[in-house]
Structure formats: C-alpha cells, structure tokens
Design a protein. Sequence first.
Length: 236
Amino acid sequence: MNSDERLIRLNKYMAINNISSRREADNLIKDGAVLVNGEIERNPGRKIDPENEKVSYAFDVSELESQRTYIALNKPTGYVVSTNEEEGKPVYDLVKHEKGLAPIGRLDKDSSGLLLFTNDSSLPKKIIGEESHCEKEYYVKVVGQIPDGALEKLRTGISLWGVKTKSAAVKRRGPNSFLITLVEGKNRQIRRMCQKVGYPVVQLKRIRIHTINLDDIKLGEWRDLTKEEIQSLKSL
C-alpha cells in the first residue's frame, strides 16, 4: 500500500478508532482539542497517514468515554419511539435517564422487545446504517398455520418497494410462529413481508441485537450494557 492509499481524513480516523463520532470529531478538531504531530489541527478534513503521523488529544479520552451511557430496554406494546403523546405513550417515559439518551432504531407501537439507547452518536451507524450487517432477531406469531413454503419465501427474500429484501435466517417455533434474523431494518419490514405471503403478524418481539439478548429484562424495564456488549457493538 502506497502512502496515498493510507491517507485518511482526521475525523474518520477518530471515528474508526472509537474516539468519537465524526460529528463529535468535527467539533473537537475545530475547538483545537486534536493535535497532529504535536501541533493543533483545526481542519476535520485534513488527511493524515496513520503509519507515519501521530494523532494526540488535548482531552482525556477515557473521561469522554465515561460520559457515555448504553442501555437495553424491554419495550412493551402500546409505547412509541416518539415524544408525541398523541401517537401513544412515549418510550422515553420508561427510560427516565438524565444523559440525553436516544434510541438506536425503532420498534412500532404494536411491537415489543429489545430497544437500545445511547448518547454515543458513533454507534447507530454500526447497528442500523445502510452498510451495517448487524443481526436483529425477532419472534413472530402470525394469523393461521404458516406453511414451510411461506417461510422459505421469507428466508430467500420478498419484493418490497420494488426491491428484494436480503436473505434472512428463519426457524420455525410452532404452527403459527417462527424466529427471523435480519441484517436490515426497513420500515415495518417483517409485518410487510408476512402480509405479502398472506400471513399477517399478530405478535412481533425483538429478542436480540448482535450479541445482546433480551434475556431476563422484565417488560418495561432496562439495564446497562456490559463492557463486553458495548465493545462487541463498537467492533461491528
């Protein structure tokens, strides 16, 4: 690899190394808190050679990380990922956390299960970004006894909005229920997929995101993610 191929924007370098999100990096750089080869660099777009240039910080990286919070909530049905009370009960009422947490992705009003919250703006892209391959697993119950042929269609992909969904892992749980694992998350995707094969959803619960499982989180309650879970998400 020649030197030109090694060059990377300073803000992207910070994001890749989990120092901050690109947006946070832009602000830190503009504030003079980032040094390249011992000199303050205020241009987020400055290209550096990580192998031959040293990046350092005029702030405590561990302290920045300590200000971040990561939690997992077991969302009940009837709650919405919105602050508009006309749409339903806001899911934020369940979190009641002081650090300005935002949800990563959504679950519609009639769905339940695992929902992650954080104030680390570098994380959502890894989990729900267009290039993300993060697995999300759901328990699905439908109207009627769904045949193997319909499950196979869900497994290989369904045409929605003129585009075929990505292949999914599907495992039958009962005559009218199954588990499905997606690496994408289009609007109401599972409900639309099941409707397309003729078996409307009556229950939808997300039970896993990457290595984080719903496990024993009681309905309507939340817990902090472990250090291992946080690192697994950052490594996506």
